[in-house]
Write a protein that binds this ligand. Structure first.
Ligand code: 13P
Ligand code: SF4
Length: 304
């Protein structure tokens, strides 16, 4: 089947099944190009919550499809590649988090959405990189547990010096591959460029940035900025829309190592097969789902 035929068949099946195709900003270019909606974790979870579609085809990684299933239990959520996981999400488990909670009784637990449904169910409130500062600021408590991303946690702590953090020491292997030495080198090679990075980067990398923000924050920042050249410190997939939306501007990836293998798994063929077979379906058992939904709903209620 030619690529054009695959695209046509995907669009046809999406209509027939009353399905919506969501794609994270890190997906392959051709997947972003065919999606109904592209966005960051926060935007996609909000879309999942409000769509009228019967089926959500989630092009992303497992925890994102799980969030969609938590927020929309009566819809069928398909994750075209069942093996698309997130190593950071896998760094925290329920038993470990329960043990940390037992060491710090009474502290609220703020959990990054890059986590399993079971871990969310053990948490008081979730956050994404786009709303993390607002979420932590919204807590009445001064001290909190933050899981699983140590880098996002430390970046929020810098913005909110009155809060005291107990960190889970998880991290994103893709973003941690970007070193401060590499950033200094690429900044020297492009002295006229602004450096923007994701808060999943190590603190010494974020410290070198002109702006630190979520993936969608990067689109807004680059579109508004009068600058003409940007060094981008996040996963390579973001370049697709940045370049498409800003043809007069130049974007340089901070390092060729900024590729998340999991985000690159989903192909057009996988999406077509998922729509043909209505598999693989992602579900969350009700006992976990109700508690995890409470943590996600609290997050969604926080004004940004
Ligand atoms: P967002 O900026 O979409 O929150 O993404 C970060 C990420 O790594 C998702 O896996
Ligand atoms: Fe997980 Fe990092 Fe990949 Fe995002 S980029 S899915 S945090 S490993």
């Amino acid at each position: 089947m030619s690529t054009t035929d695959i695209r046509t068949e995907i669009r046809h099946l999406l209509k027939e099944r009353n399905a919506v195709l969501l794609a994270h900003n890190y997906m392959r270019d051709e997947v972003q190009a065919i999606a109904d909606i592209t966005g960051d974790s926060l935007q996609l979870s909000m879309e999942a919550a409000k769509t009228d579609a019967d089926v959500i085809v989630f092009c992303g990684v497992h925890f994102m499809a799980e969030s969609a299933a938590i927020l929309s239990p009566h819809k069928t959520v398909l994750l075209p590649r069942a093996d698309a996981g997130c190593p950071m999400a896998d760094m925290v488990d329920v038993t470990g988090l329960q043990a940390l909670k037992a060491q710090h009784p009474g502290l609220p637990v703020v959990t990054y959405v890059n986590s399993s449904a079971a871990v969310k169910a053990e948490s008081d409130i979730c956050c994404t990189s786009a709303n993390a500062v607002s979420v932590v600021r919204s807590l009445s408590e001064q001290k909190l547990i933050f899981a699983p991303d140590r880098n996002l946690g430390r970046w929020i702590a810098k913005q909110l010096p009155d809060k005291e953090f107990i960190y889970w020491e998880g991290y994103c292997p893709t973003h941690e591959r970007l070193t401060a030495a590499r950033v200094r080198e690429i900044k020297a090679a492009h002295p006229d460029a602004l450096f923007i990075c994701h808060p999943e980067c190590a603190p010494e990398v974020s410290a070198l940035a002109d702006h630190v923000c979520s993936t969608s924050g990067m689109y807004l920042y680059c579109a508004k900025s009068p600058a003409k050249k940007f060094i981008i410190g996040t996963e390579a997939g973001i370049l697709f829309k940045l370049r498409e939306d800003n043809p007069d501007k130049e974007f340089v990836l901070a390092s060729p190592a900024l590729i998340c293998p999991n985000m690159k798994l989903t192909s057009l063929e996988d999406i077509l097969l998922a729509l043909q077979t209505m598999q693989p379906v992602v579900t969350v058992a009700d006992d976990v789902r109700i508690k995890a939904k409470a943590a996600l709903d609290k997050m969604l209620a926080v004004p940004r």
